[in-house]
Design a protein around this ligand. Structure first.
Ligand code: DC
Length: 238
């Protein structure tokens, strides 16, 4: 099926499977996948490593503001995977730890951080044929995205998925900590002043609590076919 050169915005709460879905769609249709959350995680990691986040979580906003515009955060394609780099250093693993997860929401609520990330994301997406996931992609970063998807799933299922993902990476998380972290991030992400997480009015909503990945792909194909009037029967690669 020939999918046009569009921008697909994928938003939703933490651990709803946005990145898994977006990567799968990108691979199926030959789109560039961009993970906007990774950018906020990159800023957070940099702040932590440079003493800008105190033990109690207080952020030295003045220090961060002085350097944020010079941060060379960018994505590189390594063996077909999109990896985040800070300068010449791959930080893909470091940005996924629970330590970074527990500081990222307050960092991402800072307006000048959002401004920096939004500009980078738009620059990376020049030329289109991009699928990007996050919290404000369809509302703020690309309000004119041709296709918007909003993902939801039961909180228990989300926590279990995130827990399994961390165990698979060799971490030893405590399930209750993962549940708590998700609840805190849901709250901060949807209550912050600048670009809070909202379901865009024109988004297609997917609740994937009981869906397999294959069902998600079939769902997406159906939405694309309907939206762009594509009659051709979709041939999936798997
Ligand atoms: O998707 P993620 O869990 O990697 O995102 C990490 C954090 O970054 C999340 O708690 C909220 C923030 N975020 C955001 O505010 N806006 C986005 N577009 C993407 C992520």
């Amino acid at each position: 099926m020939n999918v046009p050169d569009i921008i697909i915005a994928v938003d939703g709460f933490s651990a709803t499977g946005k990145s898994t879905f977006a990567k799968m769609v990108a691979k199926e249709f030959g789109f560039l996948y961009l993970d906007s959350g990774a950018m906020y995680r990159g800023v957070t990691l940099f702040s932590m490593e440079n003493g800008m986040i105190a033990e109690d979580g207080a952020i030295d906003e003045a220090a961060l503001k002085a350097v944020v515009e010079d941060l060379d955060l960018h994505f590189r394609n390594i063996d077909g995977k999109t990896c985040l780099y800070l300068g010449e250093r791959c930080i893909e693993t470091e940005i996924r730890t629970l330590a970074v997860s527990s500081h990222v929401s307050p960092v991402s609520a800072i307006p000048f951080v959002r401004n920096y990330v939004d500009r980078k994301l738009r620059a990376f997406s020049e030329g289109g044929r991009v699928i990007m996931d996050g919290r404000d992609i369809g509302t703020t970063v690309f309000p004119n995205a041709e296709l918007k998807v909003f993902m939801t799933a039961d909180p228990e299922v989300r926590a279990l998925r995130r827990y399994d993902e961390m165990v698979e990476k060799g971490e030893t998380p405590v399930f209750e900590d993962v549940v708590k972290n998700l609840a805190e991030r849901d709250y901060i992400d949807s209550h912050r002043e600048t670009s809070p997480l909202r379901q865009p009015e024109d988004a297609f909503v997917m609740d994937n609590t009981h869906m397999t990945l294959h069902e998600e792909l079939v769902w997406c194909l159906g939405v694309i076919q309907g939206k762009f009037g594509i009659l051709e029967a979709p041939a999936l690669s798997w």
